[in-house]
Design a protein around this ligand. Structure first.
Ligand SMILES: [Zn+2]
Ligand SMILES: [Zn+2]
Length: 224
């Protein structure tokens, strides 16, 4: 492995930097699109505006700059618009006997679909059924009433059944149908918007392992 222009013997990042960002206290910077898809380089604002040529830097140097959205002064350039001038396949229509409870009770698995039905969690095309029970709720928000909703973790291992505009939720381990976490949005505020997926880092839920007596008191993501 050779020494990179940033001064480090490390793996090169596909994102290049201008020399002014290789410092402990970097100046304001911008992402400049390279013209290939949405690939970009990171340059200090004067270099970005002057179309200066960036240099190869290691993944560590780039991550130090690129991880913080709030220090970026925005974007320069335009992305590449790719065209696919060929017919797309026609959509198929297949009979399906699995009926989700509502439009928000169907979620994509890495291979296939999962639905929340009157019988519990059912995979479409498969016959896996896991019972789910949540406390009945009567919340409402801006004229919308509490209703069940389904989210699936990106790896398809866990499903979260939550009450939109309500308080409670539960995370089910799809491997065996066991309850991995109980979710609770608490009693404040009394009116709640739709439930965000607990698998997103920005979603706030209090979580409790089943069988434990109390919540841990924090409101943090349930990264099951
Ligand atoms: Zn610069
Ligand atoms: Zn470096």
């Amino acid at each position: 492995m050779e020494t990179l222009p940033c001064g480090h013997v490390a793996h090169a990042s596909p994102i290049r930097l201008c020399e002014h960002l290789i410092t402990e206290d970097p100046p304001q910077w911008a992402r400049r699109l390279t013209g290939t898809a949405v690939e970009y380089d990171a340059l200090c604002v004067p270099c970005a505006d002057a179309e200066a040529t960036p240099m190869v830097a290691c993944v560590g140097c780039v991550e130090k700059i690129d991880r913080d959205l709030w220090t970026s002064a925005g974007w320069r350039g335009t992305p590449e618009i790719r065209h696919r001038d060929e017919p797309q396949s026609a959509p198929d229509s297949l009979p399906c006997e699995v009926i989700p409870l509502n439009d928000h009770c169907l979620a994509a698995l890495p291979s296939g679909w999962l639905a929340l039905t009157a019988d519990g969690l059912v995979t479409i095309g498969g016959d896996k059924i896991h019972a789910v029970s949540l406390p009945a709720e009567e919340g409402e928000f801006n004229g919308r009433t509490a209703a069940p909703a389904l989210h699936v973790s990106p790896d398809g291992r866990f499903a979260a059944v939550v009450t939109d505009y309500g308080r409670h939720g539960v995370v089910i381990d799809l491997a065996d149908g066991s309850v991995a976490l109980e979710l609770d949005r608490g009693t404040y505020p009394p009116r709640r918007p739709r439930s965000r997926s607990p698998f997103w880092g920005t979603a706030r839920w209090s979580r409790r392992r089943p069988g434990t007596a109390s919540t841990d008191g924090s409101r943090r993501p349930a990264n099951a």
